[in-house]
Design a protein around this ligand. Sequence first.
Ligand code: SIN
Length: 411
Amino acid sequence: MVENHDDLTTLITLENGKPLADAKGEVTYAANFFEWFSEEAPRIYGDTIPSSVPGNRVWTIKEPVGVCGLITPWNFPAAMITRKVGPALAVGCTVVCKAPGETPFTALAIAELAHRAGIPPGVVNVITALDNTPEVGSTLTSDPVIRKISFTGSTAVGKLLMKQCSGTLKKLSLELGGNAPFIVFDDADVDAAVTGAIASKFRSSGQTCVCANRIYVQRGIYDEFSQKFAEQVKNNFRVGNGFEEGATHGPLIHHRAIEKVEQHVRDAEKKGAKVVVGGHRLESLGPNFYEPTVITGMTPDMAMASEETFGPVAGLFPFDTEEEVVKLANATQVGLAGYFFSRDIHRCVRVAEHLEVGMVGINTGLISDPASPFGGVKESGFGREGSLYGIGEYQVTKMVTVGGMGKPLQK
Ligand code: SIN
C-alpha cells in the first residue's frame, strides 16, 4: 500500500470524492492498520491458569475464529477494510469482504496488492455489489462456513445483520451510527476548542461516524466561540472537485446524503435557529455539493439534536451547567464518540467518566488511531477495532484441561 500510495489516493478521490490530501491521509491511516496488526501478531498469547482441582493443569489457546465476512462503508474506502482485514490475517483467519457499492475499486485494489504481496489465493476475497444488495448480506450472515461478521455502517442495518446471524450464531462486531456530543466548557482554551471542533465536525465533510454532531457551548463563551468558529469555516474552506488544487472539501456521497443535510438545516431554521454560514447546495459544482454550514441558536427539539447528520453542518447549542450538558449529551440511544474541551482536571476526569460513549476525546477533536480501541456502546454497537482489543474480536479461546498431573516425582 505504501509503494502504491499515489494510485490508491487517486482511486479514493475518484470514487469517494474526498480531496487528494484527505485521500492521501487515508491511505497512510489504512496501511498503518496492517503495520500495527502485523507487529501485534507475534504477541498473541494464551494463558496458564491455576486450577482449583488438584492435579489438573489448565491453559488456553487463542484460535482464529474462522472465515470472516467483512462489510464496510464508503466513507473510508481503504481504512475501514484494513481495520478489519489486518487483525483477521494477524490471527490466522481468511476473509470475504463485501465492498461498498459506492466505492468498490479501492477494495479490489487492496485485494490485488494483497495478492502481489504474497498472501495466498483464497485468503483475501472481495465481493462487489450495488448499494443495498441484501442477497450478499444475507448469504454472508447465513452461510455456516462464515464464523464471524464485522460490520461498519448504520444502526438499522447492524440490527438486521444481527438478526440474520442468529440462525448460525456467528461472532459479531458492529461499529454503528453515532451522534457525537462536542462540549466546550467556559474554562476551555477557546481557540483550541474552535480548531478541535472544526477538525471533528468537518473531517470528510462530516461523513464519519465519529464527527461532532451536536456542538454544546457554555453560555459564557457562546458568542466568542460561535464567531470564531463561523469565521474559520467561512474563510478557510474551499469546496470543490477533490482533484482541484486548494479544495478542502469535496462533494457528499450521493443525493440521499444531500437530502438529509438539507432537511436538518431547514428543520433547524423552521424551529428558530439561525444559519450564519452556508446553508445551501452548490449546484454550480454538481448535484452533491453542499456549503459548509454553521447554525447558531440550536435547541433540543431540532432534528440535529437526535439524528446523525453525516454532512458538513455544524449546529451550536448553548448550555448553562455541566450537569445539564452531560444529561443532554447522554440523551440518545447511541454512544460512539464524545468530545469536550476544558482546562479543569477534575472536570476532565468527571465528564469523561459520565459520558455514555465508547470513546472520549478531551481537548482534541481527532481520536482515531490504529493503536486505540475504536467502538461504541448502546446502539452504536459492540466490539472494538484497532488495538489489542481488535485482535480478540477475531479469536476464540480454547481451554485445555489435563488431569492426573502434579504427582510427586518417582524416586
Ligand atoms: C467511521 O466513520 O466509521 C470511522 C472513522 C475513523 O476511523 O475515524
